[in-house]
Design a binder for this molecule. Sequence first.
Ligand code: ANZ
Ligand code: ZN
Length: 809
Amino acid sequence: AERYNPHAIEQKWQDAWEQSGLYTFDEHAPGEKHYALTMFPYPSGNLHIGHWYANVAPDARARWMRMRGYNVLFPMGFDAFGLPAENAAIKNRTDPAIWTYKNIEYMTGQFRRMGTMIDWSRQFATSDPEYYRWNQWFFIQFYKRGLAYKKGGLVNWCPKDQTVLANEQVVNGACERCGTPVEKRNLSQWYLKITDYADELLDFTHTDMPEKVRLMQTNWIGKSVGAEVTFATPAGPETVFTTRPDTLMGATFMVLAPEHAKVAALTTDAQRGAVEAYVAAAGRKTDVERQQEGEKTGVWTGSYATHPLSGEQLPIWVADYVLVTYGTGSIMAVPAHDERDFAFARKFGLPIREVIRAEGADPMPDDAEAPYSGDGVIVNSGEFDGLPGGKASIATIIERLEARGVATAKTTYRLRDWLFARQRYWGTPIPFVHCEKCGMQPVPEDQLPVKLPENVEFTPTGQSPLKLDEAWKATTCPCCGGPAERDTDTMDTFVDSSWYMYRYLSPDYHEGPFDPSKAGLLPVDLYTGGIEHAILHLLYSRFWTKVMRDMGLTTQHEPFARLRNQGMILGEDNEKMSKSRGNVVDPDDLVREYGADTVRTFLMFIAPWELGGPWDSQGINGPAKWLSRVWNLYFDDKTSGPEEKITEADLRYAVHSTLKKISGDFERLSFNTIIAALMELTNTLVKAKRSPAHGTPAWTEALDIFNRMLAPIAPHIAEEIWTAQSKSGSVHTQPWPQVDEQAATRDTVTIGVQVSGKVRGEVNISKTATQEEALSAARANPDVARYIEGKDVIKEIYVPGRIINIVVR
Ligand code: ANZ
Ligand code: ZN
């Protein structure tokens, strides 16, 4: 018989599937809809092993859902706008459009060679004018709803990429893309009002997301419940935000952020030199440096604030551990109970006053080494003395302070509005024009898309490249018809992925972002991709769906019913794969050597999918050999080896218990255990070929079920086997086999017997065996008996179906 040769069959089946339209989704086909989606890639040039890892397992699962009778939508596209494409185009001296679409073509070919069930008829790139037209349309709708606005102020600026960045794109003070430390610039920019949805985004009831993602989003949104307290100062009233109003009487000084607007007015002449020097130095530090633990720095302004309850005069300091972007940019410092205030007070010799004391504790000593941040009773606070203090009692304290007129309840969020404009070329033009007479006007919807001009000099200069294109810039005002100028900024490319899952429903629809009659396909039932998107794409797309819902475009609250994140495939050296480390594995090479089915199988087998792990160049031989054995099982009549004692019941048990197990594993996205179970079943089938079970109806059934179980994992070889058995149609449209529950359970179990905690033997007993029956079987086992003989049995434990333990002395 011929040996397994993937190269002889894979391309053949890929062509045949494409020709027959096997994977074209038909919304009218029978079956409950299932929308499975994997995050679309940047068309960076080629799919790397990480893309394969991210895609083959969800593809297998989508195939499994289809065999289970679901009508499965599994589309793919390209996230084509953005800095990577633009930077590469600059480097390669080509137009980003030419570069991008060439890459898309190549990567589409790679996806095909992977043997996926992607419906390519729905493919689009976000740089297609018909796609970004709807970015512009959305932007105008957001504007009309008061959710898009232009505002001046300090923004994050990447000096390398020469553009502003959203807060979400600043990671540890550096640009998320290129790692360059981010600077602050004062610029007028477009924002989207994501903060209007802060509370709703904290509610995950309509989406099943991994705990880690929920936590990251929750922390990013950063809701803090507390109060605002106002202090009188020589420059007017100054309000601070505090989460601990119960410590108000412990406030011994006030601190302003260096960028706070009142700093100059509060600085006395004597202190001006020192304050100005300090503020200038703080401006040169990155946010990370400023937030690092370590020596606190600061300077006194020379002024005092008046405590709202005691009337005491509190010195006002400037220090960079207070951020201008959070709360009100100023704080009441309570050194006795706050870590940073404590360190600051110690360094500058400022008073520390204890106002919360743990139940029954001694007063805080003068030389205390740390603040106390726990709960307790309020002390040294006049009329508040004796009240419970600490986080639990804050609501009551706020009420009392509100009654006294010195505080108001206030909830603060860390989340900031989404800085939406970019000074780069390769993105969606902002659809606004500026008219001297009428001001800023949205482009009328029937004039969309505002197309990106071609042949623009886009090497970054810090100015929007579109500014240089005079002809493109000149337009007429939609209001007065007079001359006007186009907005020359482009949109943050995260806009593209915020709603692309809707576009797949009707990629050729011209009346709106998607055809409302297809809304029944929503939401995405299973979304898969990397955790690195936890607070960018995954937060933005949730926000976008909520706005779409409020616009009446969808009834869904969330874009994704369920999200799962794959882990990462590292280099063999356990480091991240990168060209500079020289540890990159090229999937194309592997496909050329082993075939796509083996690469698919290996990537599902290599690690628990949600964990990931290091590459193993030897490991791929296991799946390669396995598929050869599978091939021989069907195509090689020769058998060798001793006669095996496998009955029909044994065989059916092996097949149906495996079927049952892997169905559960598919549900849980546990792909490595699916492969392991199929490999184990293959061993049994190889042996069964040399047993009385061979040639029986159970054998025929086993070959049929195994073929179907193989189909989602290794679609090409499974199709070849299916056809070779003269079965009609495609294995990929066959129903997933039914578990015969009776066959899948055995009435006997093999369980281990321990003597004093060490496994000494195994017994085969009925599942319904009583404790006495189980124990006497164990004692009768010669391997066990040896260890009991002559000893005192002091305890016997039987955990039904699991273990027997006999404790001796
Ligand atoms: C007094 C106090 C006493 C505070 C105490 C804490 C503990 P979260 O929970 O993160 O919201 N704070 C307020 N604005 C700040 C800013 N712009 N930069 C740095 N720190 C700021 O933190 C809220 C607490 O952080 C506030 O409550 C304030 O200090 C400080 F025992 O006020 B607290
Ligand atoms: Zn006008």
